[in-house]
Design a protein around this ligand. Structure first.
Ligand code: 3PG
Ligand code: MG
Length: 396
C-alpha cells in the first residue's frame, strides 16, 4: 500500500486534525523554555502547507514528556504554543485539556483558526490506544494528518487508533514522508559501500539494530561505551569502563554472527580515572584497572575516518565517547567531521544522542538527513515498518 501524502490532499474549507511530535527538551525551571526547537522547526513546513491549502481549522496534537495519563503543569505544551504562534505569525490557542467540550466550543468560533490541544498524554487513554479517545479526537477534524515520525513507534490513540475514523482521509505530513524515504533508503537500496557507525552506552538497547546492520552494511564501526563489551568479549582488559556482563555476552553473540568480519573496534582510547578526571591517552587496547575509557583515541579516529571516506552510504547512531564533556568530545566531533566531509555519500544520523552531537559539531546541515526520531528511527531500521506508519497506509 502506498502512503498518501499531504501534497495530494484537498483541504479547501476542511477541518484538519494533525499529530506532531513536539516532544522537545525544556529547561528544568520556570519559566520553562525550549532548549532545542528542531522538532518544531522541522514540522513548520507541514503546518504551513495545511494552512496554504485552505484548511478552515487546524487542530494540532502532540505529547510532551511522560506525564502518565494525568495533567501536570510541568509537561504543559504552553511553551510550544507560544513558539508556534511566533513562527507562524498567527494566534495558536492552547486548549485547557486535550479533549473536552471547550475544544468543540472553541472550534465553533469563526475567529478560531489554529488550536493546539494540551498534552495528549494528560489523557489516560492516549497510551492505551483507546478507541473512545480516538473517536473524540476524530470529531475535531474532517481529515487527519500524521507528521509525528518521532512517535510513530508508539501504538497510541492519536497515532494509531485514530486512523479507524479517517478511512481514505488520512495523510502523511512532509516530515513523516522525508523520514520514511531517508531511512527507507538505508534498508531498501543503500548504495555500497555502506558503513554504519554505532556508539552509545548499552549493547542490550541496540542489539536488534546491530544485528540488522550486520546484514545491511559492508563495515560496522563500533565506538563509544558500546565498544567495551566487544573488547572484553575478545579478551581485552577494559578497566572501570561501562561494561555489564549481559552486554559482554551479547557482544560475544554478535561477534560470532559476524562471519564476514564486518565489525571494526577501537584500536586505542582516551581514558581517565573518573568521569570528571583529566583525559589521558591509552595507546594500546588494554585499559588499566583504575581507568575507564571515555573517548576513542587518535589511531581509532584515523582508521574510522579512512573507512568513512570510502562510503557511499553512512548511518550514524550513538556518540564515540562522553561528548557532553569537552575533555571527551573530540572523537565524536571528528567522526561528525569525517561524515560531513564525504560529499559523495548519502548520510543519515538517527537517535537522540548522535543528533545532539551532530548539532554540537555545527555540521548538522552537512548530513543528508538528521532524523527527528530516537527510538522510532532505530525501530524503523530494525523492522522496516512502524505502527503509526502502517496504520496510515492500511488503516486499523
Ligand atoms: C521521543 O522523544 O522518543 C518520542 O517523542 C517518543 O516519546 P516516548 O519515548 O516518551 O514515547
Ligand atoms: Mg523515546
Amino acid at each position: 500500500m502506498q502512503l498518501k501524502t499531504l501534497q495530494e490532499a484537498d483541504l479547501k474549507g476542511k477541518k484538519v486534525i494533525a499529530r506532531f511530535d513536539f516532544n522537545v527538551p525544556l529547561t528544568k525551571t520556570e519559566p520553562r523554555k525550549i532548549t532545542d526547537t528542531s522538532r518544531i522547526d522541522l514540522a513548520l513546513p507541514t503546518i504551513r502547507m495545511i494552512l496554504e491549502k485552505g484548511a478552515s481549522k487546524l487542530v494540532l496534537i502532540s505529547h510532551l514528556g511522560r506525564p502518565d495519563g494525568q495533567p501536570n503543569p510541568k509537561y504543559s505544551l504552553e511553551p510550544v504554543a507560544a513558539y508556534l504562534a511566533e513562527k507562524l505569525s498567527t494566534d495558536v490557542i492552547l486548549s485547557e485539556s486535550p479533549v473536552d467540550n471547550g475544544v468543540k466550543n472553541l472550534l465553533q468560533l469563526p475567529e478560531t483558526k489554529v488550536v493546539l490541544l494540551e498534552n495528549i498524554r494528560f489523557h489516560p487513554g492516549e497510551e492505551k490506544n483507546d478507541m473512545e479517545l480516538a473517536e473524540k479526537l476524530a470529531t475535531y477534524g474532517d481529515v487527519y494528518v500524521n507528521d509525528a515520525f518521532g512517535a510513530a513507534h508508539r501504538k497510541h490513540s492519536s497515532t494509531y487508533a485514530i486512523n479507524a475514523f479517517f478511512k481514505n482521509r488520512s495523510y502523511a505530513g512532509l516530515l513523516m514522508k522525508k523520514e520514511i524515504d531517508s531511512l527507507g533508503t538505508l534498508i531498501e537500496k543503500p548504495t555500497k559501500p555502506f558503513i554504519a557507525i554505532i556508539g552509545g552506552a548499552k549493547v542490550s538497547d541496540k542489539i536488534k539494530t546491530i544485528e540488522k546492520m550486520l546484514v545491511l552494511v559492508d563495515t560496522l564501526l563500533i565506538g563509544g561505551a558500546m565498544a567495551y563489551p566487544f573488547l572484553k568479549a575478545k579478551g581485552f582488559e577494559v578497566g572501570k569502563s561501562l561494561c555489564s556482563d549481559e552486554d559482554v555476552n551479547l557482544a560475544k553473540q554478535l561477534l560470532s554472527q559476524d562471519k564476514g568480519g564486518k565489525i571494526q573496534l577501537p584500536k586505542d582510547h582516551v581514558i581517565s580515572s573518573s568521569l570528571e578526571g583529566k583525559p589521558e591517552k591509552c595507546l594500546g587496547l588494554n585499559i588499566a584497572p583504575d581507568f575507564m575509557g571515555l573517548d576513542i583515541g587518535e589511531e581509532t579516529i584515523k582508521s574510522f575516518a579512512d573507512h568513512i571516506k570510502t562510503a557511499k552510504t553512512v548511518f550514524w547512531n550513538g556518540p564515540m565517547g562522553l561528548f557532553e564533556s569537552k575533555n571527551f568530545a573530540h572523537g565524536t566531533m571528528m567522526i561528525a567531521k569525517a561524515i560531513a566531509s564525504n560529499k559523495q555519500c548519502f548520510s543519515v544520523v538517527g537517535g537522540g544522542d548522535s543528533v545532539a552531537a551532530a548539532h554540537q559539531s555545527g555540521l548538522a546541515e552537512e548530513f543528508s538527513h538528521v532524523s527527528t526520531g530516537g527510538g522510532a528511527s532505530l525501530e524503523f531500521i530494525e523492522r522496516g515498518e512502524l505502527p503509526g506508519v502502517q496504520a496510515l497506509k492500511v488503516g486499523v
